[in-house]
Every structure is written in C-alpha cells, then in structure tokens.
Design a protein around this ligand. Structure first.
Ligand SMILES: [Zn+2]
Length: 808
C-alpha cells in the first residue's frame, strides 16, 4: 500500500496546507524499489457528485451506523473480558471460525472514510476499536476473536477454516489506521501481533510451514512486507517470507499457468505480496510472479465484467462460456485484482495503459455495480452471477459479514485512490471520475467534471495554481478517434492504448477537454465464439429480464440492436439492454447466444506508420491490406491512407458482410480529384453481385447501390449532389429492414424505403475494396481515407451525427 517516502511527504504537505487533515501521517523508513509512479494520499483527492460518490456515501453511512461493541464482542469473550453486546451473526457469529475478520475491514474502511472526509465520527470510532482491541491482546501478542488453538490446528493439518486469513484482516486494519490517522497505539498493537506471528512460525520447519500454507491465509505476507517498509525492521521481512507459498509461486515464476483447481481468492493476495516483496527487496523473481499471475488471470481466467472464478475456483484457462453460473465472480477477487493491478501500474509504466484499461473494466462492470443502490447502508454482493437469468443478491447489516461484505466496505471508501497518480511533475489521469485533485507539492488544484460513462468525455480544469506539468491522459484501447483539446485547441494525436502527454505551463483557468468515442462491440467467449457479451465502449450491457428465470442463454441478432436515445441503452427486439453496473433487482443476462453468422464489426483507423496492413481496431481480426499506390498522410485523426487514383486501393477480407441483414458503413474521406464512377467502397464478387458507394455517378450525384443481378437490377439511394472534393467529408450508409439511408457530414441526404436486397442476399463477397470498383473500366479513387468502419447493424441518425461531430 502507500508506504513510499514521496507519498508520505506529500501527505504531510497536504495536511500543512490545511486541506483535509489526518494528523501526523506515518513516515516510511524504506523507499520502494522498482517503482515509477506514486499514488496521491486519499486526503488529496475529493469525489464529486456521481455514481462513485453515491456508493461511498452509502458505505460511510453504514460505518457510522455499525455498533463497535457488537464487533468487539467475541474479541472480549475470547480474552476473558465481559461483554453484554448482542453478538453479530453470519460469518461473525460466535461459532463461526472466521469470526473477527470484519473488524479489520471496518478499521481499514474507517481510516479511508476519515482520510476522505475529515469527519471525526470515523476517527473516534476507529480509535475506540483500536483501544479496545489493545485490551484484548494477550501478553504474547495474540489478538483474535477465536482462541489460539485454531493456530495449533492449522499448523498440524487439522480441519479449521482460515485463521491467518482472519488475522491478516486485523493487522491490515491496524496498519491502515496507523498510516491514515497516525495512531501510535494501532502500530504498537500491530507490532506486538507481528512479533507473535514471527514467534509462532519460526518454531516450525520449512516443510511444516509449506503444509500450513495450503490453508487460505489472505494477504498477511503483503502486510508484513509493508510493515518492513514502514519500520525497516528485518524481522518483518523474513516473517513475510515465511508466507511465500512455493506450490503456487514456483509455477508462476516459471511462467506456467497452473491455476486451474485452485481457490481463486486464496491465490490473488499471494501475487500482491509478491509485488510488494519486489518493491521491498528488488528481487525480480517476485516481480515476475506477480506479472505472470496478472497476465494469466486477466487474459485466460476473466469474464467480460473483469471478474474471475466459478464456485470460487480458477477453472482451466479460457473456459468462460462453459463456466457461467450463480457463483461466478466473487467480489473479493476483483477487489484484490485491482490492488494488484495498481501495484503493477507503479512498477511498469510501459504497460500503464493496459493495466488501467483492466482497472476501469473491472471497476465499472464488477465492483461499482456490486453494491445495492437501494440499500442506505451499501449492502454488497458476494458472487455476481453470470448465468442467464442470474440476479444479484446482497448482504445485510448484522447477519452476513462475508468476506465480500468486508472488502466492499473498503472498495467503496477508496475510489479516489486510483484516479490520479504522479511522479515528479508528471500527472497521470487514469480514470474519468468526477473529482478534485489538490496537488500540494506542485501547488495546483485540478477539477475533473464529467458524467462519464454516460457521456464519452471529460473535462479537466486548473482551478488554482500554475506550473510546468506533464499531464498524461489515458486514451483507452477501446476508443477510436479520441480528441484532446487544451483551451479549445486540438493537441497531439491520441493513439488508443497509450497516454497522451501534454507538457506545458499550466495556469488557473486552463481547460482540457477529452473526447473518447465509444462504439458498440461484442466480446466473444474464448471457448465458444457465438457466446458474446455486449459492450458500449468499456461498459458491459446486460439484457433486463425482470422476473424471467432463463433456462438458457438468450439469442441475440446484433443487427437488431437499436439505440434508445438514453445513454448506454439499447433494445434488441423486446429486450432492453442497459449497463450491468446499473442492473439491480431483476434477472439479467450478460452473455448471449449470438445467432446467425458471427457479427461483422470492423474499424480501420489507418494509424499505422508503415507496412501494408490496415489493422482492424475492434480486435475482431478483419485486417485489411494496402494494395498498389497507397501511401500514408495526416488524417482526420492520426494517419490516413492516401489512394493515388491510378492503382491504389485497400482490400478487406472476404466475407466481411456475409449473412448480414443490417449494416452501417461509414468513413471519413477527402476526395482530391473529382471523377465519375470512382468508388468509396465496393464489396462484391464481380460485376454480378455487389454493393457500392460512388461519390459521383454519371448523373452527377453520389449513389449507393446494391445488386444481385448486375447493373440492371440495382436498388439505389441517390443523393442530391456529388460528394464534395478537397475537404474532409463524413459519409455513412445504413440499411435495416427495407430502409436505406445515406448520410453526408452527419445529416441524412437521401433514403430509399424499398431497399429489399440485403447483403445476406449476396454470395459471400471476395472483392471487398475501398477505392476500387468491380467494373475494371471505372477509375480508381483519388482520396485520403480515414476512420473506415463497418457495423452489422444500422446506426441511428443520432449515432451517425455523433460519429461526425466527434470526428470518429
Ligand atoms: Zn469474498
């Protein structure tokens, strides 16, 4: 967690500046090794109105509501002290072997709520818990709501739930309380307890310890590495290393995915401990373990919402469609994956954008929507079911207290911890969450105003201060045609999957506007490509099925997806799709059985700088090829292809519109020489069957035509004018049912309501060309072409207008 000297000094400066002030923030004795970026203290960032602030408010309300004496009851009973409090239920009941873990989550959450708000209610409740825990601590340092005999049992291989898991939550809560409030008592209790852990484990043999580590032990290794960084006491380092679990770490170090069959959330904290071990020691084996684990879990074990596990276990790699159940995606797993992702962001700036793309995906699609918005106390999911017809269920005030109820309290009190990161004068803007950053060391305050993801944009305003700063804006990999403007002036060429750097002198009043166009995409399950989840930009959409408990995946024809006009909402037939994070209180499906042929979505930004490949930015693999006289030039956004009018064209893969009943083809182009019968595009099998768009027919106007019987059988949309020359122009053709519409620069110019020939009536086309006609005597196009895109559905007029207005 947050232990490096730089962060701590900044936390001190924030306090001195009179912002929000936890007193006497702890100072770390050791600098982290191998770290290239740093978090801001929680005191430096404030959540502004939005869904994250709403979630935080509910959890804060719960933290104020909770009765400290009820949480302490079994600690007091175990210590032989009197307690008249009503025992808690659920996992905190007097007979549950995990009892006591929640007090650690509550301490961490109270510490975070105090740091974020400065509200003394949290401070006094946490101080009380720490003082009372101190009274329950045994002379040997043992502190728990269960007896020490549980440790005898885990050491000797007898049945017991997970005693070190519970103890980890308590020591982490004490550490967070110390770090965020400066409590000396919390550190003293923690150090006595760490000494007990050292004593207890040092008397075991290596073999005995490794056998014990087969039982879930949470992140106790992480906390001990962190305590070593804080205190520079080497005892904590070698105690942390007692918890290096060879059975799991050795394959990871060797780059082998042996995770199948292992309890998922037991393993994730081992990877977090490993990356903290790297930061504490510089041992690159630890780093490789953590990086390999992240790669395996994210790429081979994660669902479309960013969560992992079925029935709490990792399954064989790439099993997704075959592992949809009511017990998928335990919330703790994603809480821990985000902790790991954040540490890897600090570690490897070359993969920063990739790490934060995943962070955003899992944060929005899993955790933001795991809290019940209809509960004033932020009740939380345990699993998030991904079977068709699943429904979210939630915890309650006193009779649940699961692990996920606990980590939910932590998640919902620290949303500000990963919006911004910094190093020297560089600011990373990672997440588009309404918030205000007070960057004391640079003397600037920056406010982020946004309704993202409902709007695909955000605005940063320097509201106080001035200075030379390198502001780096994350451009997600899922976008295309992003635009960044500083005080209204476009800056740089934002490439997806990178950070756009704006290094300049900033002053009060400067404004950065970021536009991140979102497209509708389908994410296929690796084990069954017809099983797909629907995404709009980064946001997973779920079908809303009310009380219908589906018995199988619902069918979806992507061609029927229609935007409703409400942001992030579509219909498919009679089914409404809306963001999964907003889906509560009814049954849903995240995955669909996509009917007919595989959906055809392709997008060509033409942003390559060399070679003859035109990559399909959707990831669907429909890569095109540049043929003949094609060079590259500055585009509408990034680069464009420049067709020479003699022999240059772009060839797209065969079958790209095969079986499609509805579609959109849209592109930007700048026609550099007017000529009749050139082609913007022409997809066909020759002069018998094709569909094309020409900028100017022999009638002098633009025309879309489709035919299965040559020129005599063409059905057409005739525009009132030719496409303009010498200027960037946006054109789009949409076709659904019998309606075809031609748009120029975002506005409809012509339609045909009797367009009965659909691409599905054509044979699978093999000559799919941009800039070349099926007819050999027609001239080639002389033009720059950029942002060519194909959808297997008809975009609405509003969506086409948005493509034009946002420059996509
Ligand atoms: Zn859990």
């Amino acid at each position: 967690m947050r232990f490096n000297r730089r962060t701590v000094l900044i936390a001190g400066a924030a306090g001195a500046a009179g912002v929000l002030l936890p007193p006497s923030p702890a100072r770390a004795a050791r600098l982290d090794a191998g770290v290239s970026a740093y978090p801001f203290p929680l005191t430096a960032v404030r959540l502004d109105a939005g869904p994250f602030a709403d979630n935080a408010g509910r959890t804060q309300s719960y933290l104020r509501f909770l009765d400290a004496d009820r949480l302490l009851h079994m600690f007091r009973v175990t210590a032989g002290l009197s307690s008249s409090a009503t025992p808690c239920g659920g996992w905190e009941s007097p007979t549950t072997e995990l009892r006591g873990h929640s007090i650690g989550h509550v301490l961490s959450a109270l510490a975070q709520a105090w740091a974020s708000t400065g509200d003394a209610t949290y401070r006094s409740k946490g101080d009380y818990l720490v003082a009372q825990l101190a009274l329950c601590q045994r002379p040997n340092g043992f502190l728990s709501a269960f007896p020490e005999s549980f440790i005898d049992r885990v050491e000797t291989g007898q049945q017991v739930w997970a005693p070190y898991y519970t103890l980890h939550k308590i020591v982490q809560g004490l550490l967070d309380w110390h770090l965020l409030t400066g409590s000396a008592q919390a550190l003293a209790v923690l150090q006595r307890k760490a000494a007990w852990v050292q004593a207890r484990n040092s008397r075991l043999t290596h073999v005995q310890r490794q056998q014990m580590l087969r039982v879930e032990f949470g992140g106790i290794g992480e906390t001990l590495f962190n305590l070593y960084q804080l205190t520079d006491d080497p005892v904590h380092l070698f105690t942390a290393q007692y918890f290096d679990h060879a059975q799991v770490l050795d394959p990871l170090a060797a780059g082998v995915d042996a995770l199948a069959g292992f309890h998922a959330n037991t393993q994730i904290p081992k990877a977090i401990a490993a990356i903290r071990g790297y930061h504490a020691t510089g041992d690159t084996r630890y780093r490789d373990i953590a990086v390999n684990f992240w790669n395996f879990v994210v790429r081979q074990h994660s669902y479309a919402i960013g969560g992992n596990s079925n029935g709490e276990y990792f399954q064989a790699p790439n099993r997704i469609a075959s592992e949809l159940s009511d017990t998928t995606c335990e919330c703790c797993n994603t809480y821990n994956m985000l902790k790991l992702t954040r540490q890897l962001f600090f570690t490897d700036p070359s993969r920063a954008a990739e790490f934060m793309d995943f962070y955003e995906k899992a944060l929005y699609n899993h955790l933001l929507g795991a809290q019940n918005p209809n509960s004033a106390h932020g009740h939380h999911c345990y699993y998030v079911p991904l079977r068709a017809g699943g429904i979210k269920t939630y915890s309650n005030d006193y009779d649940n207290f699961t692990c996920c109820h606990g980590t939910g309290m932590e998640t919902n009190t620290k949303f500000v911890d990963s919006i911004y990161f910094q190093v020297n004068t560089t600011l990373y803007v990672n997440l588009y969450i309404a918030s205000t950053l007070i960057w004391s060391s640079q003397g600037v305050t920056i406010r982020q105003d946004t309704t993202y993801p409902e709007s695909p944009s955000t605005r940063l305003t320097v509201t106080a201060g001035a200075g030379v700063l390198d502001v780096r804006i994350r451009i997600p990999s899922w976008t295309s045609g992003a635009q960044v403007r500083v005080n209204g002036v476009p800056t740089g060429t934002p490439a997806p999957g990178t950070y756009l750097s704006i290094n300049r002198t900033w002053t009060t009043g400067d404004v950065v506007d970021v536009s991140l166009p979102m497209a509708l995409t389908l994410e296929a399950a690796p084990d069954n490509p017809s099983v797909r989840a629907v995404r709009h930009g980064p946001i997973v959409l779920a079908g809303q099925f009310g009380t219908s408990n589906l018995s199988s995946l619902p069918a979806l024809d992507p061609g029927t997806l229609t935007a409703t006009g409400t942001p992030l909402e579509y219909t498919a037939g009679s089914v409404l799709l809306r963001p999964f994070y907003k889906t509560h209180g009814q049954r849903y499906s995240v995955y669909w059985d996509v009917t007919g042929t595989a959906p055809k979505e392709a997008r060509y930004p033409f942003d390559e700088t060399s070679g003859t490949v035109a990559a399909d930015a959707t990831g669907n693999g429909w890569n095109g090829a540049l043929i003949g006289g094609v060079t590259r030039t500055a585009g509408r956004s990034g680069n464009a292809v420049l067709l020479n009018g003699a022999n240059g064209y772009v060839s797209l893969p065969g079958g790209i519109l095969a079986g499609v009943t509805a579609f959109t083809i849209a592109t930007w182009l700048r026609i550099d020489a007017a000529a009749s019968w050139t082609r913007v595009f022409d997809f066909g099998t020759g002069t018998g069957a094709y569909l094309f768009l020409t900028p100017r027919s022999s009638s002098g106007t633009a025309r879309y035509a489709i035919s299965t019987g040559g020129s005599g059988a063409e059905q057409r949309i005739n525009a009132p004018a030719a496409l303009p020359t010498g200027a960037w122009t946006h054109v789009a053709v949409t076709h659904t049912g019998d309606l075809g519409v031609l748009y120029v620069n975002g506005a409809e110019v012509a339609r045909n309501t009797a367009l009965t020939v659909r691409p599905s009536a054509l044979p699978s086309t093999t000559q799919n060309w941009i800039g070349r006609s099926q007819y050999a005597t027609d001239p080639y196009l002389t033009a720059a072409v950029d942002g060519f895109r194909i959808h297997s559905r008809a975009l609405s007029a509003a969506e086409v207008a948005q493509l034009f207005s946002t420059g996509q």
